[in-house]
Design a binder for this molecule. Structure first.
Ligand SMILES: Cc1cc2nc3c(=O)[nH]c(=O)nc-3n(C[C@H](O)[C@H](O)[C@H](O)COP(=O)(O)OP(=O)(O)OC[C@H]3O[C@@H](n4cnc5c(N)ncnc54)[C@H](O)[C@@H]3O)c2cc1C
Length: 416
């Protein structure tokens, strides 16, 4: 146990302080403007690119931090700065993870750099899985990918929804059905390269929060991509499908509930692994709102004394801080386990996302209450933070789905 520590090392501290500086000096002053504009903050992304904060190298370095804390630490600081802009900066990472998880080395080397572009011409990427009738229930997906052997091309048809950076991305990663008989085991992921005919942006959503992050439908109409755009390659897909069909025949093919059994679906495993990073974003928002509320409570005077002199306010702040620290510890535990190659035998990834997401929602609401009328206006940032926090119980698996995963994992029962 001699190696165990929750102390960040010197390198991690200096990276954290560097990101914090960018969050405080560049993101925060821009936050209200881009929230109102409801547009992707390209100039801020470019600023991040200039200092190397928006780059494949930076995320790769954090990803390979052996303690596992590089990514959660970076996420917390960025989202402490601003969640909408933060998501515009890290949204590309979700698509990059889709390629890293399923692609060959050649595909990773070709496509991931194109997702980020370069300092003078920054790009973003989109990961498109959700559909109008397939949100929590990924197995209901309908977007089809059909192989045209004569041309060695895949033809994609369907409508994706809720895609972060959908339609404005240089590279789209699209999950589609290649064998409808196999449920979620019959899915595969495809790269849609820049300017491919047949891919267009549908409706752009006007949202409650994270409004500086672009969210839209992506429509695929006879969208043809070269055979080499199938992530992992055709041989691997054919092998995987053959095994899944064999299991279906022998009765072992019923896909296990998420988090149960040893033959866990690869996409589900990827989601489990990315959840602590999303939890860390929620911790950043909660911490930001808590800090505003603490300062306000110490300076706002009513009945002749600062409002924090009332236990009713002070105890709320004590609970807020306790919950934020507890959320961070769950996030760090899951991140450490993932980096150490330990399986989430108790759905620790889902636990971290569930608790951090719920904490962000309640803490930002309490912060608004502590600021009274000011908390309810756009003169103070907690109103925006509360709107931003609300997505953390919805995307990357709703809180209900996280509870389902945890309950199934703990009980081994097919709870519905
Ligand atoms: C701003 C934003 C950005 C997003 N970005 C992306 C992206 O980049 N790429 C992408 O692919 N997707 C993205 N999503 C989609 C997101 O992951 C889905 O919205 C989410 O998975 C929920 O799906 P749904 O909206 O269809 O809700 P539904 O699945 O219809 O759920 C509706 C309600 O029913 C509950 N529910 C459903 N099933 C059960 C059950 N079995 N037990 C108990 N309760 C249940 C849910 O918890 C929820 O409360 C984004 C969404 C938003 C809003």
């Amino acid at each position: 146990m001699g190696d165990f520590t929750l102390e960040l090392n010197d390198d991690q501290k200096s990276v954290r302080d560097w990101i914090h500086g960018f969050a405080a000096d560049v993101m925060r002053p821009a936050a209200a403007e881009w929230d109102e504009r409801e547009e992707t903050p390209w100039p801020v992304i470019q600023e991040a690119a200039k200092i190397g904060l928006y780059s494949l190298d930076f995320y790769a370095q954090q990803f390979f931090d052996p303690t596992g804390l590089g990514i959660p630490m970076a996420m917390e600081e960025l989202f402490w700065g601003d969640a909408g802009i933060g998501l515009s900066i890290v949204g590309t990472g979700l698509a990059a993870v889709g390629v890293l998880a399923n692609g060959t080395e050649e595909q990773i080397g070709t496509w991931v750099p194109q997702m980020y572009g370069d300092v003078n011409d920054v790009k973003v990427a989109a990961f498109c899985s959700s559909e109008p009738d397939a949100g929590s229930d990924v197995s209901a997906m309908r977007t089809r990918a059909v192989y045209d052997e004569a041309k060695d091309e895949w033809v994609l048809n369907g409508t994706k929804t809720w895609a972060t950076n959908g339609g404005i991305a240089a590279v789209h990663v699209v999950v589609a059905v290649v064998d409808p008989e196999l449920g979620s085991r019959g899915h595969a992921s495809f790269i849609v390269p820049p300017n491919t005919p047949g891919l267009s942006q549908g409706q752009k959503f006007k949202k409650h929060g994270i409004r500086a992050s672009h969210t839209a439908e992506v429509v695929l109409e006879d969208c043809r991509v070269p055979g080499e755009c199938l992530l992992g390659g055709k041989e691997k897909l054919d092998d995987r499908l053959a095994r899944a069909r064999e299991r279906a025949k022998t009765g072992l093919g019923v896909p296990p509930a998420e988090g149960r059994g040893s033959v866990k679906n690869a996409a589900m495993a990827t989601f489990e692994a990315s959840r602590p990073a999303v939890g860390a974003q929620a911790v950043g928002i909660a911490r930001a709102a808590y800090e505003v509320a603490l300062d306000y409570a110490k300076t706002r005077v009513q009945f002749g004394r600062p409002i924090i002199d009332n236990q009713g306010i002070a105890f709320q702040l004590a609970d807020m801080r306790t919950q934020i620290d507890a959320a961070r510890l769950l996030v760090w535990r899951a991140s450490w386990m993932a980096a150490a190659g330990r399986p989430f035998t108790s759905a620790e990834g889902s636990m971290s996302k569930l608790y951090a997401g719920e904490t962000a929602k309640t803490v930002t609401a309490q912060a608004m209450q502590i600021l009274g009328g000011n908390g309810y206006t756009r003169e103070y940032p907690v109103e925006r933070m509360h709107r931003d926090a609300a997505i953390y119980t919805i995307f990357e698996g709703t809180s209900e789905i996280q509870r389902l995963v945890i309950a199934r994992t703990l009980s081994g029962m097919p709870i519905r």
